[in-house]
Design a protein around this ligand. Structure first.
Ligand code: ARG
Length: 439
């Protein structure tokens, strides 16, 4: 039985029932739907819109239904149109007329917007906790890898020496931003749409501030009722925050893939977080990191689909918006799964400092410091840069590194070189002088 049965003379077509239904997705919000209904009924009772007795019957029974769904006594009907229908009908089947009064001064349009916001607020708490857990692991690793010199890259060409700890520090900054982004999104979302009705509010003397307060919306209630039911910015903002988490996880994963290859061998992943090949016995593959990199596309797709779904919709509610939940939920589910794999994978990895040190010693990674040495001897930087470039070219041609090039050869290129150059180009000196050991 549909909530809207009165106007219609035929049952809904069976084949399209599933297409129209959102129960497969929105049953995840049963808890929030009931919590929202309890707040709404309480407000109706306070305002004298329904009697105190009806209010008591509705709220008591709804709390029971909520417990029974949680403990599995009540099975949600997969053929119901949506979770709102299922709960209202379950309530009415149990208590009769008071159940039929619950929907006074409310529409599924403000109801669903309220449910989604409450649900996402809860999800964001656990996602935030996972990001904080990741930061904890990264801080620990940053400390552990503090003194390990490695090549820093631009264009994936060896550029200047850094440390692995400092490299981890860069990701710490990214994930810290992700947390603030999530906090911002939640703060803006934290405004109650309940009481917006279908689109134009209601003629009943409702108290929107009360239902907002009962539901814990810190920002009060939405001021314009059309906007209250038509807004899905919060879904897009959360999908965007999730997308940037995935960009960061994916870039980090890409580096894990590179670093664990034989070409780099800067790190070794724990066996428990690697996989083998069905044919090549020697293989140890960084599958988890690759999967995380691969799954980022899904989350960007969710954001793109949300924006595309919303961009042409006239005000206020349109059924297109039912898509919001599948997309936003997929984005948060994907990030949650990726973090669940990523955190222990990073926690258990081992760094191979000798290999990083060896890689840092090749590729003339200290050439900038060599030029800076000439600057310290009075040469303008642009001339120092050119003389160092010539020195590097000479080394490449004659099989030297900056460390092994004899002082006479240095002096042939520029007579401002003296034996202080060897200390200046020492990799530890390069890192220390930039303060990277201390950060
Ligand atoms: N299942 C719908 C959704 O997720 C609930 C709102 C339905 N409202 C309506 N007017 N059909 O958006």
């Amino acid at each position: 039985m549909k909530l809207w049965a009165g106007r219609f003379s035929k049952e809904a077509d069976k084949k399209t029932n599933d297409f129209n239904s959102s129960i497969a997705t929105d049953s995840r919000m049963y808890y929030e739907d009931i919590t929202g209904s309890i707040a709404h009924a309480t407000m109706l009772g306070e305002q004298g819109i329904i009697s105190k007795e009806d209010c008591e019957i509705i709220t008591t029974e709804l709390a029971k239904i909520r417990d029974e769904i949680t403990d599995g006594t009540i099975k949600i009907d997969p053929d119901a149109e949506d979770i709102h229908t299922f709960i209202e009908q379950t309530l009415t089947a149990r208590v009769g007329d008071p159940g039929k009064r619950l929907h006074t001064a409310r529409s599924r349009n403000d109801q669903v917007a309220t449910d989604v916001k409450l649900y996402l607020k809860k999800e964001c708490v656990s996602l935030r906790a996972q990001l904080v857990e990741l930061l904890g692991v990264l801080e620990k690793k940053k400390e552990e890898y503090k003194m390990m010199v490695m090549p820093g890259y631009t264009h994936l060409q060896r550029a200047q020496p850094v440390t692995l700890g400092y490299h981890f520090g860069a990701y710490i900054e990214m994930f810290k931003r992700d947390i603030t982004r999530l906090d911002d999104a939640v703060k803006r979302m934290d405004v109650s749409p309940l009481g917006s009705g279908a689109l134009a509010g209601t003629t009943y003397p409702i108290d929107r501030a009360l239902s907002a307060k009962l539901l814990g919306f810190e920002g009060g209630y939405t001021l314009n009722t059309l906007d209250g039911v038509a807004d899905r910015d919060f879904c897009a903002e959360i999908a965007c925050a999730m997308s940037l988490v995935m960009v960061h996880l994916s870039r980090f994963s890409e580096e894990i893939v590179l670093w664990s290859s034989w070409e780099f061998k800067f790190i070794e992943l724990d066996d428990a977080f690697s996989t083998g090949s069905s044919i090549m016995p020697q293989k140890k593959n960084p599958d988890l990191a690759e999967l995380i990199r691969g799954k980022s596309g899904r989350v960007f797709g969710d954001l793109n689909a949300l924006l595309t779904m919303m961009k042409g919709l006239p005000l206020a509610y349109n059924k297109d918006m039912q898509e919001d939940k599948d997309l936003t939920f997929e984005a948060i589910d994907t990030v949650r799964m990726c973090l669940t794999a990523f955190i222990p994978m990073i926690d258990t990895m081992t760094a191979l400092p000798e290999n990083m040190r060896k890689a840092a010693a090749g590729g003339f990674i200290n050439a900038t410091d060599c030029a800076d040495f000439l600057v310290s001897r009075g040469l303008p930087f642009r001339d120092a840069y050119k003389a160092t470039g010539e020195t590097v070219a000479f080394c490449i041609k004659n099989g030297y590194t900056l460390e092994t090039l004899p002082l006479e050869e240095y002096k042939n290129i520029c007579d401002l070189f003296d034996d202080g150059v060897y200390e200046a180009i020492n990799l530890e000196t390069c890192v220390r002088k930039r303060g990277l050991f201390d950060i």
